[in-house]
Design a protein around this ligand. Sequence first.
Ligand SMILES: N[C@@H](CCC(=O)N[C@@H](CS)C(=O)NCC(=O)O)C(=O)O
Length: 199
Amino acid sequence: MLTLYHHPRTRSSRFIFLLEELGAPYEIHRIANLRHADGSGGVDPENPHPHGKSPALKDGDALVWESSAIALYLTDKFTQNGIGPLVGDAKRGAYVSWLAYYAGVMEPAWMSAYMKWEIPRGTAGWVKTSEVMEFVNATLEKGPYILGEKFSAADILIATTFKMFMGSPLLEKTALLEGYVNRVTARPAYARAQAKENG
Ligand SMILES: N[C@@H](CCC(=O)N[C@@H](CS)C(=O)NCC(=O)O)C(=O)O
């Protein structure tokens, strides 16, 4: 039995979606407290995440944290429906690259834009959101998913993030993006996850 440490409407929500996709046995441990930007909240001592963040996953004695690592861990462990290409699959390289790109380039790009940070040219390790979106759009034009024909856990991370920000000053709503987000969130596992969102 896996335990997902989850707080409603945070980055952990997408792991309910993924666990539902995978048909994995899991329980939700609701994180009682999180730190908020306005200075309120705090760290829940029962949350095993090293910084008291959401999400974290426990599998017996193994603790997994960081969204991309959790996605990879779960799809490597529950392989039956093939939503995480395994070692030996021609899509494995693209899969692990998109997971790392999500954490190491996409999230910092949007955080920089939100904070209005100027990204130092050539040294930051990530790029501007406009550059990310050129690449994402070119990928989705071939689509229909990030890895091409087949839906993967990378789509869960990316499409649910786009769903949250699309139409805001941080992310323009386009027919391409909207079609992608709708395709991913129309999956029955998404609806099941929504029903469990509040723990
Ligand atoms: N890089 C982490 C980010 C996790 C994260 O920052 N989660 C937010 C909620 S969406 C959180 O727990 N914030 C409370 C805090 O930073 O203490 C991941 O992708 O798993």
